[in-house]
Write a protein that binds this ligand. Structure first.
Ligand code: TRP
Length: 344
């Protein structure tokens, strides 16, 4: 059972590999920027990075086909506008690399029913759906395939995805144990603990999320300066009028977090800076910083979106690069499982 695989089909290099992804569903927002994009831009030069737009994940809940296409282009345009550079990282669209679905099937056969039933995100999401597809249930296995195909060492994700990365590790170890040690690289979650959580402006108890019931709590990339300013000015605070460091409400803490994560000043220093200031002044400063960051991002994304054929070419090159690594992994998997190669 422990047969060694042909080393020729295991291309590895020494630079640690990062894989992460965002779903192309409706608007990207400030939480995505601070929690993911901004870090990816910093990581792309230090690591070997692959970033996916995961449209196969998106269809685990109903999607309008036209909107899905538009959202893929938008996500790509914003990725590039935010500073992801295909000279330094691989950007690709998940559905254009069929190895992702292929590996999902194989991993399905190594995943237990109970394991998927325990996933807290599945439990939450399925409560919100009228009918629950097998795809939604299987979502974590597709994510495991994403990670394992690309020989990933590190997976930067939010807290809410940690359980999925742990499942990925379990599956990788299970398959390696079954067939020998060299099928999959065992990935690690990389959870950012500081500044990673931007909360909803209207309900600072919940994470800023595109699925929020009230869009006025979410700062979307597509919002105009006027809309952004309006949302920040009407952010929920508390019954005080100025910042008192001994009594900070979640709403004010969130505004300080937003300011800190966009300015790279520590949340503590930001709170000191805001101490004694009227809430109106705090909101004005936060609004100015947010618009100063999102305006050029939006303008650049719109410029890129006006040239769809260039974006198609970025996707094509990304898929070609991603597929090379994915196919090398699939070769190891097919050989391990006992699938016959198609003869030439
Ligand atoms: N499930 C992730 C999210 O919603 C997106 C995702 C899909 C992902 N595949 C991935 C993240 C692989 C990291 C690695 O945030």
């Amino acid at each position: 059972m422990n047969q060694k695989l042909d080393p020729a089909v295991k291309p590895r290099d020494d630079k640690e590999k990062i894989f992460s992804a965002i779903q192309p569903t409706s608007g990207l927002h400030l939480g995505n920027y601070v929690g993911a994009l901004k870090n990816w831009v910093a990581e792309q030069k230090r690591y070997s990075c692959t970033f996916g737009i995961v449209d196969l994940h998106a269809i685990t809940v109903p999607q309008d086909p036209k909107e899905l296409k538009a959202n893929v282009y938008k996500a790509l345009a914003y990725y590039i506008a935010a500073g992801l550079d295909t000279e330094h990282c691989t950007l690709f669209l998940q559905s254009q690399v069929p190895q992702h679905t292929e590996l999902t099937w194989v991993l399905n056969c190594f995943t237990y029913f109970g394991e998927l039933g325990r996933m807290t995100q599945f439990k939450d999401k399925s409560k919100r759906q009228e009918s629950v597809s097998v795809g939604l249930y299987d979502y974590p296995v597709l994510m495991a395939a994403d990670i394992l195909l690309h020989d990933t060492n590190l997976v930067p994700v939010g807290d809410d995805q940690k359980q999925h990365v742990e499942l990925t590790r379990d599956l990788a170890e299970r398959v390696n144990r079954r067939f020998g040690n060299d099928v999959f690289v065992i990935p690690q979650p990389a959870i950012k603990t500081t500044g990673a959580r931007i909360m909803d402006l209207q309900d600072p108890a919940i994470k800023m999320s595109k699925s929020a019931t009230n869009p006025s709590g979410v700062l979307f990339f597509d919002d105009s300066d006027k809309q952004l300013t309006k949302k920040i000015n009407s952010a929920v605070t508390d019954s005080q009028t100025s910042v008192n460091p001994d009594n900070i409400s979640p709403g004010i803490r969130n505004l300080a977090e937003i300011y800190a994560s966009l300015s790279d000043i520590s949340p503590q220093a930001v709170l000191e800076h805001f101490t004694g200031k009227m809430y109106g002044v705090v909101k004005k400063e936060v609004g100015e910083l947010v618009t100063a960051i999102l305006r050029p991002l939006r303008n650049e994304a719109n410029r890129l979106l006006s040239d769809q054929s260039s974006l198609d070419l970025v996707l094509k090159n990304g898929a070609d690069k991603a597929q090379q690594v994915a196919e090398a992994t699939m070769k190891r998997v097919r050989e391990s499982v006992g699938f016959l190669p198609r003869s030439k």
